[in-house]
Write a protein that binds this ligand. Structure first.
Ligand code: ACO
Length: 333
């Protein structure tokens, strides 16, 4: 049988850094409050002519460089994002600008779980579809959908992109060992950026009642923080346990716990429940906040390039967020 493994990673962040002190001049909050409740101190935000597409391209190029794979050898590009520059998706533009001339691509929308869903999709295309190289990009620019007057949400989010290259290998080299992914639409009310009907494009409806539909726009992110917190602390450890079971590994085999970087208190609570010591927990949300689908590959890239994560290490990664959707992957680096 076929296996698949991670052979490279990369990431990219916007240039503009916004500190908690900066935010305390916009809304009534403080560095102390934000740091104590979330662990976040800074976040990067798109500015000027920076785009989600640009970050995605950079992250993808860096992953290809590390993997030493030529763009033309990539078969599939998955752009995991909830905030593409274009409603119709951004994968095609990203793959074309990276030079993946033989690849097809599409977007995956699963909020902060998008990257995990992308990883699963990549292995399925490799193991079942015979593809060789799949580039999985996780990228989000939630800053565009944040209500910057709402102190309950605007302190949390930042923009970034991260990418990994997943490659076909022999079954005994397999590095994507177990997965779990779940969804529950009942929780959509707790976290969303729903469409709202704005205004009619046509004023003359030609006598057809209800036609044409009003043009839709997206509302700002709305969140019940307490409910989302509870959901994450309950579901993430269960999801990791299920993925471990599929991988046939005990929790004690985990070298690194790499959760979606939403809140340090969520990360600590999950580590606690899984009995994973804090020196095995990867965390960089102090610098970047919650970067949604980018947070796992961004933190992975930093941990690999700093020499923390080494070849053969077992990583338990878990994403969770809007939908609600959550999922875990047990991965050998
Ligand atoms: N600064 C100061 N005070 C604040 C702020 C702020 N930025 N935000 C809220 N408060 C106040 C509230 O108004 C409230 O005051 P009150 O008691 O007078 O009403 C008080 O602080 C407590 O507010 P809570 O909302 O109960 O605070 P909580 O401890 O729950 O922390 C937080 C809020 C940080 C948002 C937390 O609930 C959380 O992190 N939840 C998880 C959110 C999350 O991770 N979301 C994203 C995951 S999915 C995705 O990525 C899309």
């Amino acid at each position: 049988g076929m296996g698949s493994k991670l052979v490279g990673c990369g990431s990219a962040i916007p240039s503009l850094s916004i500190s908690n002190d900066n935010l305390s001049k916009i809304v009534e909050t403080s560095d102390e409050w934000i740091a104590a409740r979330t662990g976040i101190r800074n976040r990067r935000v798109l500015s000027g002519d920076e785009t989600l597409r640009g970050l995605s391209i950079q992250a993808a190029q860096r992953a290809l460089e590390m993997a030493q794979v030529k763009p033309e050898d990539v078969d599939l590009v998955l752009l995991c994002t909830s905030t593409p520059d274009d409603l119709f998706g951004g994968a095609a533009q990203v793959l074309t600008e990276v030079g993946c001339t033989n690849a097809f691509g599409f977007d995956i929308t699963a909020a902060c779980s998008g990257f995990i869903v992308g990883l699963i999709t990549a292995t399925r295309f490799i193991k079942g579809g015979g593809l060789q190289n799949v580039l999985v990009v996780g990228a989000d620019a939630l800053s565009k959908f944040v209500d910057w007057t709402d102190r309950g949400t605007c302190i949390l989010f930042g923009d970034a992109a991260g990418a990994v290259l997943v490659q076909a290998c022999s079954a005994d080299e397999d590095g994507l060992l177990g997965f779990c992914v779940q969804s529950d639409g009942n929780g959509q009310k707790h976290l969303n950026a729903a469409t709202s009907n704005d205004e009619s494009i046509l004023s003359n409806t030609n006598g057809v009642p209800g036609f044409p539909p009003k043009k839709a726009t997206y509302s700002c992110i709305q969140m019940n923080g307490k409910e989302v917190f509870r959901f994450a602390v309950r579901c993430v450890p269960q999801s990791i346990e299920k993925a471990l079971e599929e991988a046939g590994l005990p929790a004690s085999s985990i070298d690194w716990l790499l959760l979606h970087q939403a809140n340090q208190r969520i990360i600590d609570a999950a580590a606690n429940r899984l009995d994973i010591p804090s020196d095995k927990v990867i965390s960089n949300l102090a610098n970047y906040g919650n970067t949604s689908a980018a947070s796992i590959p961004l933190a992975l890239d930093e941990a690999v390039r700093s020499g923390k994560v080494k070849t053969g290490d077992i990583i338990a990664a878990s994403g969770f967020g809007a939908g609600l959707t959550w999922g875990s992957a047990i991965v050998k680096w």
